[in-house]
Write a protein that binds this ligand. Structure first.
Ligand code: ATP
Ligand code: MG
Length: 764
């Protein structure tokens, strides 16, 4: 609260200490030896870490380069650096070891790559590369890729790496979880491939650090001497590999300070071990353990609601939290008829807060599952309320949504080359770069779209037999789906396309942590389509939405997942979708039972405690899934909120007849909403940018009206006759044995007889 005030004071030595309470101060001043700060949300744990660094620097106990500080995200690291600077009244330069586990580990690895068999310029693979490599390994092992997809192996390897296990360390009972017991062998092959490629994946960064430290005590010793002080935020969410890494590094100075909250451990599903925090005293005998109980962030009601909720968890240490802040407003719990109404009401409430002087940056919507952002994003775009999605792309920019839209676009408009290129080999069907190059060349030569070129090419030998039959199957699928445009509803058609193309199956076979979320996004997409009368109307809508580029700089509402919101705070927090199945998530309950339920409850606790002044919880009584209404049951977490801290309401709109649909507002309708700041913003944006009104259909018409712009002339229409000697880039020289329109039958000198297209050969 008075953070900025204290930062502004001129600083006679430890002014930064005076704002702290006695426990916080003790945690800052206990610079030597192991320290654990175990405390609830908003008690100043992160602030303690920041102040501790400032203190170490001020007291000249360490140079900036001698402090290792790990935070959960890069954003948190930057924020910390900034705050340290504010505390000691000068910019902090050169804290090279302040960052995430991965960034620090990568830095260490670059220095000593050779010790683990890499070169210092090794590349770091992203998930896509990782999956591709896994696929190669699976193919090389002669395994059935359909049964054992690359993604499955990649995610299994990640899990092992999170647990700090190199291939030879995987316990036998674990080993047969993939490919009938061949998982470890594949893992070893994968690691060997990485070495030859001079590459490391994300999990390797830590794993190779562990290897380095274990095999090279001299190098570990160097880091022991370097890191005089080690600090760790969000310690409850460290996984085993990270934990081992910290322990090895802390053996040097033993000056390790960790802060965390067992009630906020929310990454169990990704291998985090809350046990790490509980074991701290055993790992570091003589550790000072400090508890902070005063919450500085939230009002009494918010804290009361959160504390009451988390009390339902059995496995927890239990903490007392109090605040000197006023009780403030009770947590508001509101029921809505359905999700659309919820989105509309939340947007209205945000505009109201904004009108009352709240900055949009002080407002966040935190969702359990990323597909939930869609309805809010659409509402915000409609009313012109600036927003950002933190920690991930906006809904229509997500990979799986773009893929699905590409299928719909090709079916709707066969000449949409960009869309066709996107889906031609997604999911993989053996139509690789060579095929696409051949098609593009043909398309250019003959002034056709890619799909048009494909229609011609499948009749010839331009494309290898295997790819040709895959392409023929795809063309048949597309033709069939196009045929259904008139007969089936567009939502049914979308579902058919996603299923029959194998796209849904691709993500179903994917065992990585984000695959279920992607499947949910796809369902949400189909659900969104139901709000529009036709496929064309929906596609137009999407292109308008996409055109609405987010302004990155201005005042914006934040949309993000609860997981991403850890450690952050906002004046006002909206928590929508508190329904059984959604939150707590059914998947988590199915997979992890009581432990999963408790992790979900901790997530709810994290959500409520992000708020300083106001917290709004809501749920819908009905959700539309695939165009069918299903009634939803309020989350059990709603029932668990202590009534004395909560105010419940259902707006008069909770009307069994349901909400008015299609209340899509025309651009001209701005007048009636003139009071709304969002509408005013939207209005001026529209006025300034006439393009914003133009739908893609119009753009298409413009393009259609000027065919000259796009047409490619047939290059020097060559005349070929039987007996001509010709040259083909792929098949070499040959003689024409037959001509049928633009198709030539050629006896090639080295490749036998083939059918090819005339535009692919030259007279030779
Ligand atoms: P979380 O568990 O959510 O990560 P935290 O324990 O890390 O929370 P901080 O983010 O450090 O808590 O602090 C919460 C808020 O309380 C911040 O706005 C911080 O500036 C403020 N705060 C912490 N300690 C004090 C203090 N002694 N005096 C005034 N404000 C404080
Ligand atoms: Mg914190």
């Amino acid at each position: 609260m008075n953070e900025s005030a204290s930062a502004r004071l001129p600083s006679p030595a430890p002014s930064y200490l005076s704002g702290l309470n006695p426990e916080q101060r003790a945690a800052v001043e206990a610079t030597e030896g192991p320290v654990l700060v175990l405390a609830g949300a908003g008690t100043g744990k992160t602030r303690v870490l920041t102040t501790r660094i400032a203190h170490l620097l001020r007291q000249r106990r360490a140079f900036p380069s001698q402090i290792l500080a790990v935070t959960f995200t890069n954003k948190a690291a930057r924020e910390m650096q900034h705050r340290i600077g504010a505390l000691i009244g000068e910019a902090v330069e050169g804290m090279p070891w302040l960052g995430t586990f991965h960034s620090v580990a990568a830095r260490i690895l670059r220095r000593h790559a050779e010790a683990v068999g890499l070169k210092p310029n090794f590349s770091i693979l992203d998930t896509d590369d990782q999956v591709r490599l896994c696929k190669q390994v699976i193919q090389a092992a002669d395994l059935d890729e359909k049964r054992w997809p690359g993604r499955g192996l990649a995610s299994q390897i990640d899990k092992w790496k999170n647990r700090g296990l190199a291939p030879h360390e995987v316990p036998t009972q674990d080993a047969d979880s993939f490919a009938d017991g061949r998982g470890v062998e594949l893992y070893a092959a994968y690691q060997a491939r990485l070495l030859t490629l001079n590459a490391a994946d994300f999990g390797d960064l830590l794993l190779l650090n562990l290897k380095l430290f274990r095999e090279r005590p001299d190098i570990l010793g160097e880091f022991h001497r370097r890191f005089r002080y080690i600090l760790v935020d969000e310690y409850q969410d460290t996984n085993v590999a990270q934990y081992l890494w910290l322990r090895l590094l802390a053996q040097g100075s033993r000056n390790i300070a960790c802060v965390g909250d067992d009630d906020q451990s929310i990454y169990g599903w990704r291998g985090a071990e809350v046990g790490n925090i509980l074991r701290f005293e055993a790992d570091f005998p003589g550790a000072t353990v400090i508890r902070l109980e005063r919450n500085y962030r939230s009002t009494g009601h918010i804290l009361g609601a959160a504390s009451g909720l988390i009390a339902a968890n059995r496995s927890r240490l239990g903490k007392t939290l109090w605040t000197e802040d006023a009780a403030g407003e009770p947590v508001r719990v509101t029921a809505f008829w359905d999700g659309e109404e919820e989105a509309r009401a939340v947007a209205d409430a945000i505009e109201q807060l904004n009108r009352e002087g709240e900055k949009l940056s002080e407002i966040a919507i935190l969702v359990r599952a990323s597909f939930q952002t869609r309805s809010f994003e659409e509402r915000f775009i409609l009313i012109g309320l600036p927003y950002r999605v933190l920690g991930g792309p906006r809904f229509y920019e997500r990979q799986e949504i773009r893929d699905a839209l590409a299928y719909l676009r090709v079916v709707h408009q066969p000449d949409d080359d960009l869309a066709f290129e996107r889906i031609i080999n997604t999911p993989r069907r053996g139509l690789g770069d060579t095929t696409i190059q051949t098609l593009s060349r043909l398309a250019r030569a003959r002034g056709l779209s890619l799909l048009g070129a494909a229609v011609e090419a499948v009749e010839t030998d331009e494309i290898k037999a295997r790819a040709r039959s895959a392409l023929r199957a795809l063309m048949a699928d597309l033709a069939r789906w196009r045929g259904q445009l008139e007969t089936a509803s567009h939502t049914d058609l979308a579902r058919t396309i996603l299923d029959e193309s194998g796209y849904t199956a691709m993500w179903q076979a994917d065992r990585s942590a984000d695959a279920p979320g992607r499947l949910e996004n796809l369902k949400e997409l189909v659900q969104a389509m139901g709000e529009f009368p036709t496929l064309a109307a929906f596609l137009d809508h999407v292109s308008l939405v996409m055109e609405n580029e987010a302004d990155q700089t201005g005042d914006q509402v934040t949309l993000m997942t609860l997981h991403g919101a850890k450690g952050l705070e906002f004046g006002n927090v909206f928590l929508p979708g508190w329904e059984e199945g959604l939150f707590p998530s059914q998947r988590t309950l199915d997979e992890s039972g009581i432990a999963g339920l408790e992790e979900e409850r901790r997530l709810a606790y994290v959500g409520i405690t992000r708020a300083r002044r106001r917290s709004f919880i809501s749920y819908a009584a009905n959700r539309r899934i695939y165009n069918q209404w299903q009634s939803a049951v309020p989350s059990r977490f709603v029932e668990e909120l202590p009534p004395e801290h909560v105010e419940r309401s259902a707006p008069p709109g909770l009307d069994p007849r349901g909400p008015t649909r299609f209340d899509v507002v025309e651009a001209d309708d701005f007048g009636s909403r003139a009071t709304s700041p969002g509408w005013r913003r939207a209005q001026s944006a529209f006025a300034a940018d006439p393009r914003a009104r133009r739908s893609t259909a119009e753009t298409q018409r413009l393009v259609d009206a000027q065919p000259a712009l796009l047409a490619v002339s047939d290059p020097a229409a060559q005349k070929f006759g039987r007996g001509d000697r010709v040259f083909h880039q792929k098949f070499g020289y040959g003689r024409i044995t037959g001509v049928e329109g633009n198709r030539l039958e050629i006896a090639f000198e080295h490749s036998g007889s083939k059918k090819v297209l005339d535009s692919f050969v030259t007279k030779g």
